[in-house]
Design a protein around this ligand. Structure first.
Ligand SMILES: Cc1cc2nc3c(=O)[nH]c(=O)nc-3n(C[C@H](O)[C@H](O)[C@H](O)COP(=O)(O)O)c2cc1C
Length: 169
């Protein structure tokens, strides 16, 4: 898929076919995540692959907007490691860039994916950390739910000239 096509046709997919996602596909999504830009190339991320139904279901019960996970074949938790930062707060942008790369890669590979926010909601960070046994210095930032799409969503074009300012506001 052409890069610009992937950007313009990507949508959040929340319904999945009951078909497993191979390790190879998951690794390709992870490669895209780890190729994201990061501040000073700090690459502060870790990724937890979750493909056990009971864990996905558990997360779906503690997160108000993650009900789709109980029927998802897999999810990847994007985490920021506070012990390997070069810049105090920029891990958030780094993990965002990794998350977006993963959404685009999943779409390009024929999967459907959705970004589920975790950080900075304190109780979600705590609960996800506890369910997956994530160490205290590592912050679960987002969950990328994924699977083969069981819904079709049309492209949305959101270009809005009223948000563009030339040289000054
Ligand atoms: C930071 C962030 C948090 C999000 N959290 C959730 C979420 O918890 N559950 C969900 O279903 N979608 C979530 N989304 C997806 C948005 O709802 C979605 O991107 C938006 O409605 C636009 O739709 P589109 O992705 O299909 O273009 C999140 C997206 C971002 C960027």
């Amino acid at each position: 898929m052409e890069k610009m096509n992937a950007i313009f046709s990507r949508r959040s997919i929340q319904k999945y076919l009951p078909k497993p996602v191979t390790r190879n596909l998951i690794e390709n999504v992870l490669k895209a995540g780890m190729n994201a830009p990061s501040a000073g190339d700090e690459q502060p991320w870790h990724f937890v692959i979750v493909d056990k139904h009971d864990l996905l279901e558990k997360i779906s019960t503690i997160h108000p907007y993650a009900k789709m996970l109980k029927d998802a074949p897999a999810a990847i938790i994007v985490c920021g490691d506070l012990n390997i930062l070069k810049f105090k707060d920029l891990w958030i942008q780094d993990c965002s860039a990794a998350s977006e790369n993963m959404l685009l890669a999943a779409h390009d590979l024929g999967l459907g994916a959705v970004w589920i926010g975790v950080y900075p909601v304190e109780n979600l960070v705590k609960e996800v950390r506890s369910i997956l046994n994530i160490p205290q210095n590592v912050v679960p930032f987002s969950i990328i739910g994924m699977g083969y799409p069981a819904e079709e969503k049309s492209s949305r074009f959101r270009y809005d000239t009223s948000r563009i300012h030339n040289n000054a506001w």
